[in-house]
Design a protein around this ligand. Structure first.
Ligand SMILES: Nc1ncnc2c1ncn2[C@@H]1O[C@H](COP(=O)(O)OP(=O)(O)OP(=O)(O)O)[C@@H](O)[C@H]1O
Length: 424
């Protein structure tokens, strides 16, 4: 079982009369990389300053490795906790090597010179942060990103049990961000813990084990990235309308914001999608993100297209798996199809149970129908004895369009986009 490194109970702290941090309770175990996220002013840096003993707290308790925070001598505290604040200005022209060596101070006895171990720790830290080539340069002459990397090198050389990083990558280029976050994550593994404040939520979600979501001085949520990065919580706290997707590289939540077109004056044609078995998933995501009013179905409840449509909150008709489309559902489908400006049909197996999806198309203007189907061979794997294929062929010969992919499809649909001005 992992030991607890930090145990915080009902912590209250602030700068003047008013409490900024209100009743914060958190437990952080070893081998964890914790990412703190939250809007500006939510108290992230204040919280970190309290843990770093840069700011005293008024109420509650903070226990570090079983002992209260205040019980540590500053020297002992420095052996256990390393802190890189948001802004870290060094006024003197110290060479980078010496700045990184300052991280070793808690380990070096007064009046003693640094040992071989201290020099080794500094060299290692310079190397992993890519600052070894800067070792002789005065720290005052570095760029913002270089200086930030030196500060991370200093705290790595310090070799603490708990690492506190306040926006560690604010000035750091993307290449070094990824290098450093891997190193920092690695550091958290060996009976240590790292707490970092991040504004890049996706980066935090990809690398942190747990996320703390702060809001108005409180911990609004604490848990695994997938538990904290939900549409509802992100909307509540950041006042944005997020789409939570999955990062294909890491399998962790990946968040983006719905695009501005939603608020624009472009009127988009209404689309109904008939698909199944994942053949429509990409289109569901694409059309929904592009702002088209979309409906889907009839689908099987467990069908991956159905799950995707639900994820995007798209009105979807669905029946239990492997059941026939009921008459009631057929009526609902008819209504949706009649309201739609376009009906898109993707390649999907057609059995008798879902044949009404196809048959119903005969009731509408074929010009509204766009098929995305293989260009040769039978149009659909057809388990209706060819009836569905015949229906599709008939529709195509009477004005339905056939496209080979989403690009071609979008071109046709976009030609129907018109601004609200022209509607008036
Ligand atoms: N030195 C200070 N004196 C008085 N109030 C302060 C001080 N530092 C911060 N505050 C206030 O405390 C609140 C929380 O600030 P804090 O810096 O902890 O927020 P944050 O979540 O880290 O924000 P950001 O994302 O902008 O860095 C804010 O309302 C801020 O104005």
């Amino acid at each position: 079982m992992n030991n607890t490194i930090l145990d915080i109970n009902s912590l209250c702290a602030g700068y003047e009369q008013e409490d900024i941090l209100k009743e914060i309770s958190l437990k952080i175990d070893e081998q964890s990389f914790i990412g703190i996220i939250g809007p500006n002013g939510s108290g992230k840096s204040t919280f970190m300053q309290v843990i770093a003993r840069s700011l005293s707290f008024r109420n509650g308790e903070v226990v570090l490795l079983g002992n209260s925070l205040e019980s540590y001598s500053f020297r002992d505290f420095g052996k256990h906790v390393g802190y890189v604040p948001q802004e870290c200005e060094i006024k003197f022209r110290y060479p980078v090597y010496e700045v990184v060596m300052m991280g070793r101070n808690p380990h070096i006895d007064r009046f003693q010179s640094p040992s071989q171990e201290d020099h080794d720790a500094v060299r290692r830290a310079l190397l992993v942060t890519g600052t070894d080539s800067l070792a002789d340069r005065p720290v005052t002459e570095l760029s913002g990103g270089e200086r930030q990397r030196v500060m991370i090198a200093r705290v790595l050389a310090q070799d603490p049990i708990l690492l506190l990083l306040d926006e560690p990558f604010a000035h750091i280029d993307i290449h070094h961000q990824y290098e450093l976050i891997r190193i920092i994550r690695e550091t958290s593994r060996d009976k240590r813990a790292v707490i970092g404040i991040f504004h890049d939520i996706n980066l935090a979600a990809a690398y942190c084990d747990q996320i703390v979501l702060m809001y108005e001085g409180r911990v609004r949520a604490y848990g695994k990235p997938e538990e904290v990065l939900t549409t509802e919580l992100i909307h509540e706290v950041f006042k944005i309308q997020p789409v939570i997707d999955i990062n294909p590289a890491t399998g962790t939540p990946y968040m983006y914001v719905e695009e501005e077109w939603k608020k624009s004056d472009i009127h988009k044609p209404r689309i109904h999608l008939i698909s199944g078995g994942g053949t429509g998933s990409y289109l569901i995501s694409l059309l929904s993100r592009s702002g088209y009013p979309l409906s889907c179905g009839v689908l099987g409840e467990n069908d991956s297209d159905c799950l995707m449509a639900r994820k995007y909150d798209i009105p979807t008709l669905a029946e239990p798996p492997f059941s026939r489309i009921s008459l009631e559902m057929e009526e609902k489908l008819t209504k949706l199809i009649q309201k739609a400006d376009f009906v898109i049909v993707t390649s999907m197996p057609v059995g008798w149970g879902n044949y009404p999806n196809i048959r119903i198309l005969e009731q509408i203007d074929p010009k509204k129908i766009i098929c995305i189907l293989p260009s040769s061979g039978p149009y659909l794997p057809d388990f209706t004895g060819g009836v569905a294929t015949d229906t599709i062929k008939r529709l195509l010969s009477s004005g339905a369009q056939m496209v080979s992919g989403p690009g071609e499809l979008l071109k046709i649909i976009q030609s129907k986009d018109y601004s609200n001005d022209t509607m008036q």
